[in-house]
Ligand binder design. Structure first.
Ligand SMILES: *Cc1c(COP(=O)(O)O)cnc(C)c1O
Length: 436
């Protein structure tokens, strides 16, 4: 676990300078730019298991794992072998291939709440398509979402709460017409009263409710189960479709995601991240009656040149086969829990106002003292402790996603030794920050 010393990041710095001439902000997705933590992004040269190396040869234990997809770490030999084996026969045909059937069959056999799926090339595309399907199937237009949930950069969901009790969204990105944002209602998470009131007054217009059942894109905002059950009950009572956006939680907290973990049956589900084994795949699924609305069977149009790409399907299937092994999710949850407990015990003993929150193999540093956080407005506004820790950890060879609002992931490739090393360094970082 050594880092070359003195640490040099000159190659990353040069590449970033060049990248700024090619891409807005030097990146192809905003969070990569290190704006939140400050400093210059590392350019990653390679990954193996739980480790990554930057272009200067510095080595890190990776807790970002490509923001979630790599549940078995980098370059898992089985996934690698399936990708290369498939690629030998060509990369894309724009015609059906056996690989699509294989991945679909493997998933549907294990996901009792959906009968059919459609593969896309990203989570955003899956969500966008699911919303269109929900609207097409119900003939209604409005969508309810929750503040603090992220569903990709779909126009109608790049919205924030306006003022007032039941608020129609106002767009949170330039380029989203207010008319689109007006089709979206935004409510706080975990607020049973607001939810009930909204259904009572808006149900005639509501096509669907979309929620991350495990909100993990803006902190890890674990919901009260009774709130999620209430949501299911209200959707059923009023004939509103419940969409679980399981792009992060699917195949992560259980094979069947939060739906399986919590025993709640959604009407529609979206997947992404893990489903592609590190290649670009998303999917949406539902019961046959709903999926029958999708073109060419039905009137809701949705398509994709690279959808169901055979190489990506092979990567996804290989990864999901490994996930389906007996005891996999229990083992991953236990390892994550002990990592988290170890650090939390220390923080508590030292009186540091930090608590790691976890579910399955997802964890998040909450700097809001000891208060359990279920909604976006409870997240500590001061991220200085995380930002300090992020840089401290980079210097000792531990890599987290460069934002305190993002969660971390433990893959099956992380060894106990790597987890212990990281925990020790995290404790040292906290001490360095709080005793400054
Ligand atoms: C990552 C994510 C998305 C967007 O997926 P992309 O592949 O980045 O387009 C949507 N919803 C949730 C819950 C996500 O975590």
């Amino acid at each position: 676990m050594k880092t070359p010393s003195p640490i040099t990041r000159s190659r990353s710095a040069e590449l970033f300078e060049a990248a700024k001439g090619y891409f807005p902000g030097g990146v192809n997705s905003p969070v990569r730019a290190f704006k939140s933590v400050g400093g210059t992004p590392l350019f990653i040269a390679k990954g193996d298991g739980a480790q990554i190396w930057d272009e200067d040869g510095n080595q890190f234990i990776d807790f970002c794992c490509s923001w979630g997809p790599l549940i078995h770490g980098h370059n898992h030999p089985y996934v690698f072998e399936k990708i290369v084996g498939t690629l030998q026969n060509g990369s894309s045909f724009g015609a059906p291939t056996r690989k699509e059937n294989e991945l679909a069959a493997f998933m549907l056999e294990r996901l009792p709440f959906i009968d059919k799926i459609r593969f896309t090339s990203s989570g955003t595309e899956a969500v966008m398509s699911a919303l269109r399907l929900a609207r097409g199937a119900t003939g209604k237009n409005k969508i309810l979402k929750f503040e603090g949930c992220y569903h990709g950069h779909v126009d109608a969901l790049l919205v924030q709460a306006g003022s007032g009790l039941i608020t129609f969204g106002t767009s949170s990105s330039a380029g989203v017409p207010e008319a689109f944002a007006n089709e979206t209602i935004v409510l706080p998470l975990n607020d049973a009263q607001a939810l009930t009131a909204c259904f009572e007054t808006q149900h005639q217009d509501l096509a669907a409710v979309i929620i991350e059942p495990i909100p993990a894109n803006n902190g890890l905002l674990l919901q009260d189960l009774k709130f999620l059950y209430l949501l299911r009950t209200l959707c059923t009572k009023y004939g509103v479709l419940l969409i679980f956006d399981e792009v992060i939680s699917g195949f992560r907290v259980a094979f069947g995601g939060a739906a399986e973990l919590y025993g709640i049956t959604p009407d529609m589900v979206t997947y992404g991240k893990i489903i592609g084994g590190g290649l670009p795949v998303g999917a949406y699924g539902a019961k046959s009656e709903i999926m029958a609305y999708v073109s060419p069977e039905g009137p809701v149009y949705q398509a994709g040149t690279l959808s169901g790409n055979p190489v990506a399907m092979a990567a996804g299937l290989a990864q999901l086969e490994l996930c389906a092994a007996d005891g996999f999710y229990i083992r991953q949850a236990q390892r994550t829990q002990s990592f988290v407990d170890n650090i939390n015990d220390f923080a508590l003993k030292e009186g540091y106002p930090m608590e790691l929150v976890c579910v399955g193999s997802i964890f998040w540093f909450s700097f809001n003292g000891k208060k359990r956080i279920t909604a976006a407005n409870q997240i500590a506004s001061d991220m200085s402790a995380f930002n300090f820790m992020h840089h401290f950890l980079l210097d000792v060879g531990v890599y987290f996603g460069p934002s305190g609002y993002e969660v971390g992931f433990i893959s099956s490739a992380h060894t106990n030794e790597q987890l212990d090393f990281a925990a020790t360094q995290i404790k040292a970082a906290l001490t360095a920050f709080y005793q400054k």
